[in-house]
Design a protein around this ligand. Structure first.
Ligand code: FE2
Length: 203
């Protein structure tokens, strides 16, 4: 018997494949003068009891291949504006204040099952040099064994989601939007949670 799948079998497998997470631009604010925190808590500086300002959120999910296999030990870089919409970056012209308790740059690694999670504050919307307003979003780079994806994660219900040209340049913008929900009792009562699976082509 042949080991090569028939055309029908191949088509069926493709139909069942997960959709690849759309890529997004890196943007102008990838940290250049900071080292990432190697911790999963962006909302509280290491060794501090002070918390960043803003709505606490817990984000979690898995890094997967198109076939649904987990991608273990993938490296995820996270960078974002603070709750006022200000990046800790020399090129950011937004007059909004920095938050001394928020660095907004972290690096983490998925576990053996491809899981990741981190705690942060919801970023604020911010004006661009072109006079637009970007909706709240979090930048991510995800490096697996074969793929490197750069993307951005957005939040449902933000009015700028409708007009943002970067979000709407994605082939399926809805795949980049998460819905914040109340946290279960095991987490902080005032925190919100969201789930975001990231799908790479090959892992
Ligand atoms: Fe940004």
């Amino acid at each position: 018997m042949s080991q090569t799948p028939s055309k029908a079998q191949t088509s069926g497998r493709d139909a069942a494949a997960l959709a690849i997470t759309p890529p997004q631009i890196v943007g102008p604010f990838y940290p250049v003068s900071e080292h990432p925190d190697l911790a999963t808590d962006l909302a509280r500086p290491s060794g501090s009891t002070a918390e960043a300002l803003g709505q606490l959120i817990h984000l979690s999910g898995r890094v997967l291949t198109r076939s649904g296999a987990p991608v273990p030990h993938a490296r995820i870089d996270i960078w974002q504006a603070n709750a006022a919409g200000k990046y800790r970056h020399p090129s950011d012209i937004n007059p909004a204040p920095l938050d001394p308790n928020f660095k907004g740059f972290a690096r983490l690694t998925t576990d053996a099952a491809g899981h990741y999670s981190f705690r942060t504050v919801k970023p604020g919307r911010y004006p661009t040099a072109e006079g637009e307003v970007r909706p709240p979003h979090i930048h991510l780079t995800v490096e697996g064994r074969f793929d490197c994806l750069v993307t951005q994660l957005y939040f449902a219900g933000e009015e700028e989601n409708v007009t943002d040209r970067w979000l709407n340049a994605a082939p399926h913008p809805e795949r980049l939007i998460v819905t914040l929900k109340n946290s279960p009792s095991r987490l902080e009562r005032h925190a919100l949670i969201a789930h975001f699976d990231i799908v790479l082509a090959s892992g």
